[in-house]
Design a protein around this ligand. Structure first.
Ligand code: ZN
Length: 242
């Protein structure tokens, strides 16, 4: 079984389509989204339509949480709040209802899928967890591997014999130790914050025990121009081209 895991598409249809094109060459059996399919980007409705059309299940991100409970808009910084309020106003009612009904986690083929942090938080950032608590946090989910998004950065955390080690996660294939448990931060498709404008996603090969990080070039300036043309905050356009 080969599973592709995407996160934080953030209304960036250009990046999402480029990732789906890349995926078509990678022989995967299923694709999942870790949420934040909307927000920041200019084409949220189109991104959700494509997710549904391609049968890609998602979990609830903190941006979808705002579709469920608008009072959570107060948690966002001013630019993100402005972007999300506009985004929600553009979405069709049935799209909003679809997003609001997404589950907080999924358990598939021995993987736990969560937007922020296990067991099921769409809002907790991985970097908010004190390092001393990190090993104990592995006890809060039964699966061997948990994949998260939310920070828009790549990261790999390995638990072996009660000790957590942070390991480098970069483009290419990584063999995971079958005796260890892992927390994987998969990066962002549509709004990377790692200084590399390429869209990031991962492929988990269950049979081989490998995790492949894919970095996909796409027309980021076009996606940035769409953000500006729709009157969304310019900082989210600038960030795409860095
Ligand atoms: Zn996000």
């Amino acid at each position: 079984m080969r599973l592709a895991i995407l996160s934080d598409i953030h209304g960036n249809l250009d990046a999402f389509e480029a990732v789906l094109e890349d995926l078509a060459t990678r022989r995967v059996d299923a694709v999942y989204s870790l949420g934040d399919n909307i927000g920041y980007g200019a084409q949220p409705e189109e991104v959700v339509e494509l997710l549904v059309r391609r049968g890609i299940p998602s979990v609830l991100g903190n941006h979808e949480l705002a579709a469920l409970d608008p009072s959570t808009l107060d948690w966002f910084n001013p630019a993100a709040r402005r972007s999300l309020a506009l985004t929600l106003s553009w979405l069709r009612p049935d799209t909003r209802a679809f997003l609001a009904a997404l589950p907080r986690f999924r358990s598939v083929h021995g993987l736990r899928l969560v937007h922020g942090f296990p067991p099921d938080s769409p809002t907790t950032y991985l970097f908010e967890i004190p390092w001393l608590d990190f090993a104990a946090r592995f006890a809060c989910f039964p699966e061997r591997i948990c994949l998260v998004g939310h920070t828009h950065l790549l990261g790999l955390y390995r638990l072996l014999e009660g000790q957590v080690r942070e390991e480098a996660l970069s483009e290419g294939e990584h063999a995971l130790d079958p005796a260890s448990r892992y927390l994987v931060n998969v990066g962002s498709v549509g709004q990377p914050r790692d200084g590399d404008p390429r869209a990031k996603y991962v492929i988990w090969d269950e049979g081989r025990g490998t995790l492949e990080v894919r970095c996909v070039s796409y027309d980021a300036p076009a996606a940035a121009a769409r953000i500006l043309a729709r009157g969304l905050p310019p900082e989210h356009a600038r960030r795409l081209c860095r």
